[in-house]
Design a protein around this ligand. Structure first.
Ligand code: SAM
Length: 457
């Protein structure tokens, strides 16, 4: 499909004829394929086969370019959360957000969760990432990816930015990966070309203005604001930042300088206090992307507060229940346990209070790690627990499956009982857990969730 004429004309206006011609030519070439490794599931187990020997993404320590596009659906390591299939340019935001270990981060436009999982790895077990998605239809994929990543330090909310940003001055960093006209997707996606129009560019820009205004409320003084789009036009990139900067005036200030190696091909610039970074597919190895970073001034007004809670969905568990739950995690002293509905959860202690406060104030749909249900004092584990990097592997017998058996398991087909101990087992492949299965005599009850089952042959 040819590029929309009005897009080409706008690009010539924005970039000049030569740059626009080079960009448009690159949009007709094949996109690069890349993944980002999960440090919590590759440090001990090693790099998954799919990325073995793959070239590194220069701006992201965990990023890897693959030579071709494998079937990720048929790779057990993908289902174990060993990596996320993420476009290389997007991985750059990890450099912008700064040192967020132990910090609270709001990922305001989060689904399906590529950047959420990146921030979760950077925030570590003492930090918290609140991943918000406005669209109910997209929040399920976000929750699934968060569970699969298994860091246990994410809370997912599903609401309008106006609601979640009522957590005023509560976050050390806020990331706005804004809905945009998606010109950077033109290389991958004909639908993005078909959907493009001048009207949509204007609509997206207006929406971005609204989202940034909300994001600003949620950011504490001194905190970092990261803005990104996957589009090239200035109206949604520098234009949005300039309109935003005018609206907040002196409250906006520069962040620490982000070092970029010229060999990476990223076009660095400035828009007022923002450092800006443009990824053009004819210059950098990745898809079209725009990212920017600035800070809220230390003396900007803002007092940290959450909206008044109306209900507390998290209940404490009694000592016996806590003792049973503690058995299932590798660092029980670093965690707190509770229940919501009929499911027990674990949260890292460092942010447990924050998650409880947030859950009473906002529509949190998932947080920490879902551990499962208690029956007569014994835990019937949730599939999310198997994927949790902090699970205690010695809590139950483990069964290592071959690639072929792992696929049978992931399809919810029968697996060979001989490999399993009697009772509940943690099953995995290449040392990475995939889920639970229960052997009863010669039969195996495959407990992989139906909703996650592989349907593809
Ligand atoms: N950050 C995600 C990732 O890395 O996987 C991609 C986010 S995508 C570029 C933008 C998201 O913004 C979409 O999930 C979309 O549903 C959401 N969105 C759409 N309209 C919105 C609005 N008015 N306010 C906030 N988010 C919105």
């Amino acid at each position: 499909m040819t590029l929309p004429e009005a897009f080409v004309a706008r690009t010539v206006r924005d970039l000049g004829a030569d740059e626009a011609a080079a960009l448009c030519a690159a949009l007709d070439t094949a996109p690069a394929v890349s993944v980002r490794l999960n440090p919590a599931k590759t440090a001990a187990q090693g790099v998954p086969r799919v990325a073995d020997g793959a070239a590194p993404v220069p701006w992201c320590a965990e990023g890897r370019y693959l030579d071709s596009r494998p079937s990720f659906t048929l790779d057990a390591a993908f289902h174990a959360g060993a990596y996320y299939v993420q476009e290389a340019s997007s991985q750059f935001v990890g450099r912008l957000v700064g040192d967020i270990a132990g910090r609270r981060v709001l990922d305001l436009c989060a689904a399906p969760g590529g950047k959420t999982t990146l921030y979760a790895s950077l925030a570590g077990t003492e930090g918290l990432v609140v991943a918000n998605e406005i669209d109910r239809r997209r929040v399920q994929a976000l929750c699934d990816n968060v569970r699969r990543w298994g860091t246990g330090n994410v809370a997912v909310t599903c609401c309008d930015p106006r609601t979640v940003c009522d957590a005023e001055a509560w976050f050390d960093a806020v990331a706005v990966d804004a809905p945009c006209s998606g010109e950077g997707m033109f290389r991958k996606d004909d639908e993005a070309r078909a959907a493009w129009s001048e009207g949509n560019v204007r609509l997206c820009a207006a929406r971005q203005d609204e989202i940034l205004a909300e994001a600003w409320r949620a950011l504490r003084p001194g905190g970092t604001l990261v803005y990104s789009t996957c589009t090239f036009n200035r109206e949604e990139d520098e234009g949005t930042l300039a309109r935003f900067a005018r609206s907040v005036g002196g409250e906006l200030t520069e962040s620490d300088r982000v070092a970029v190696d010229p060999a990476w091909g990223i076009v660095c610039g400035r828009e007022g206090a923002f450092q800006t970074f443009r990824f053009f597919p004819h210059r950098a190895r990745g898809e079209g992307f725009f990212a920017a970073v600035a800070r809220k001034a230390d003396d900007a007004p803002g007092r940290s507060r959450l909206p008044r809670g109306r209900r507390q969905p998290i209940a404490a568990v009694d000592r016996a229940a806590a003792a049973e739950l503690r058995r299932w995690v590798a660092e029980p002293d670093a965690m707190r346990f509770g229940s919501a509905g009929d499911c027990c959860y674990g949260w890292y202690e460092a942010q447990a209070e924050a998650v409880a406060a947030l859950s009473s104030a906002l529509p949190v749909v998932y947080s920490g790690v879902a551990m499962g249900q208690l029956f007569k004092g014994r835990l019937k584990p949730d599939a999310a627990l198997a994927l949790f990097a902090g699970m205690e592997r010695g809590a139950l017998p483990g069964a290592e499956l071959s690639d072929e058996e792992a696929l049978r398991y992931l399809r919810r087909q029968e697996i060979d009982a001989a490999r399993l101990a009697e009772g509940m087992n943690l099953v995995g492949c290449e040392g990475r857990p995939l889920g639970f299965a229960k052997r009863i005599g010669g039969r195996v009850n495959n407990l992989y969730p139906n909703a996650w089952r592989i349907l593809k042959n």
